[in-house]
Ligand binder design. Structure first.
Ligand code: FAD
Length: 387
């Protein structure tokens, strides 16, 4: 990869690639432990929500053949490796309407229940009502890792092209081009991060093992320095949002039984982050750009809704988690009024449990991508040296 690690990640980030690698090395262990805790390992989503962007039954299919693209000889593979199995979900609990599940969540993380209030609609970058939808189910993220699923072909390409099409702002607005560039980098960084995970945790159909696939990583991400840089950019954006809410998290409680452990893990992570990592004030600088911000917010909300059109369940799950995590970061970065301490505390208090879970899990996904990129770099060097 031809990235100069001493360079700044972007003009809006006062941090180099090397510095992000260093920060990531310091926090990785705590972040892995944090997303494995009972509070952070569950997420809620409506797996059956209707796709609102196009006629779902038209041109989209959900059978195995539609998902086959990457591996040619699926029919000869065991049942366990078929795409609908790889892309399916394990450990899904009943609907939110069920008393059992409410009780489960209440018992599990009762102390954070105060986070469940609705936020003002005009500052949301995703539909927070989705989590209280009566069809929503609870999923154990740790039992459903993000990895290669075999989802691909025209189906996933259509989803990605629809997402990139959202990056068309009204012409002539002030501040448009910087907002456009940020929007593109967020989407491309998400896309590249997913490609990194599916290359890192890939099914070798010859040995039956899940392992990193260097060739696939190079073809999807490594040969495109811009895509690698966009993952680092997203890391900077999400870590700045986390840095920003640090002073307002102290009174939240995360699962009665080990509240203090979870809190100290969070504080260990957040204390390694730096405010210079991203300068959000440059994006929507003046009053004139408030219209662009409204457009940006509405378009990003559409990206989160497009996830309802993804037919591979596990891809949709992680797509929802990560777009919700970015949406939460954008709300924190662009909607907190820096001159008003009380309103900042109120916005953080109103974050739902699921926004917080998505925020930290999205940070973990980016952190894992950066760890994997560094690992792929080592594999590449070994291969280049003839090892
Ligand atoms: P795609 O990745 O589908 O890309 C389409 C086109 O977009 C490419 O031809 C290229 O021109 C352009 N492009 C590619 N990457 C970038 C980038 N970073 N920036 C800018 N442009 C780019 N598959 C899994 O195995 N596991 C998963 O967990 C998973 N999750 C997914 C979640 C979502 C929301 C979606 C939409 C898809 C998911 N997929 C997943 C499928 C995966 O993203 C690819 O679409 C699939 O592997 C086919 O890849 P491809 O090489 O054909 O090109």
């Amino acid at each position: 990869c031809t990235i100069d690690k001493e360079e700044l990640v972007s003009p809006t980030c006062d941090v180099t690639f090397k510095e992000i690698n260093e920060i990531n090395g310091k926090i990785r262990k705590d972040l892995v432990s944090l997303v494995g805790t009972d509070f952070f390992k569950y997420f809620k989503l409506d797996l059956y929500k209707q796709c609102t962007f196009w006629n779902d039954n038209n041109g989209f299919c959900v059978n195995r053949a539609c998902a086959v693209d990457v591996v040619e000889d699926w029919d000869n593979l065991p049942e366990y490796w078929q795409p609908e199995v790889l892309g399916g979900l394990d450990k899904v609990n009943g609907t939110s309407g069920s008393d059992d599940e409410c009780k489960f969540l209440q018992d599990l993380c009762g102390g954070a229940e105060g986070n469940g209030r609705q936020t003002e609609p005009d500052i949301d970058y995703c539909d927070v009502g989705d989590f209280v939808n009566s069809q929503a189910v609870l999923v154990d993220l740790s039992a459903n890792p993000e990895r290669f699923t075999g989802y691909g072909g025209q189906e996933s390409a259509l989803i990605w092209s629809s997402i990139y099409r959202e990056n068309c702002f009204s012409p002539g607005e002030m501040g448009q081009s910087l907002a456009k560039s940020v929007f593109y980098r967020l989407v491309s960084g998400l896309h590249a991060s997913i490609a990194t995970h599916l290359s890192n945790d890939h099914l070798n159909t010859e040995t039956g093992k899940w392992e990193p696939d260097l060739e696939l990583f190079m073809a999807r991400v490594g040969n495109f320095p811009e895509r690698v840089a966009n993952i680092y950019f997203n890391y900077a954006v999400v870590s700045k949002a986390l840095w920003k809410i640090k002073p307002y998290l102290s009174h939240l409680s995360f699962c009665n039984s080990y509240n203090q452990d979870v809190k100290s893990m969070i504080m260990n992570i957040l204390s390694q982050l730096d405010s210079n990592v991203f300068n959000e004030d440059l994006i929507f600088e003046d009053e004139l750009s408030s219209k662009v911000k409204d457009d940006f917010r509405a378009r990003f909300k559409n990206v989160t809704k497009i996830m309802d059109c993804v037919h591979c369940d596990r891809c949709r799950l992680w797509g929802k988690v990560q777009t919700t995590g970015y949406a939460t970061s954008l709300k924190i970065l662009f909607e907190l009024d820096d001159r008003d301490e009380e309103s900042k505390q109120q916005v953080v208090d109103k974050l739902t449990k699921y926004e917080l879970i998505a925020l930290f899990n999205t940070f973990d996904r980016l952190s894992k991508s950066i760890e994997s990129i560094n690992n792929f770099e080592r594999l590449y060097e070994i291969q280049a040296a003839g090892g």
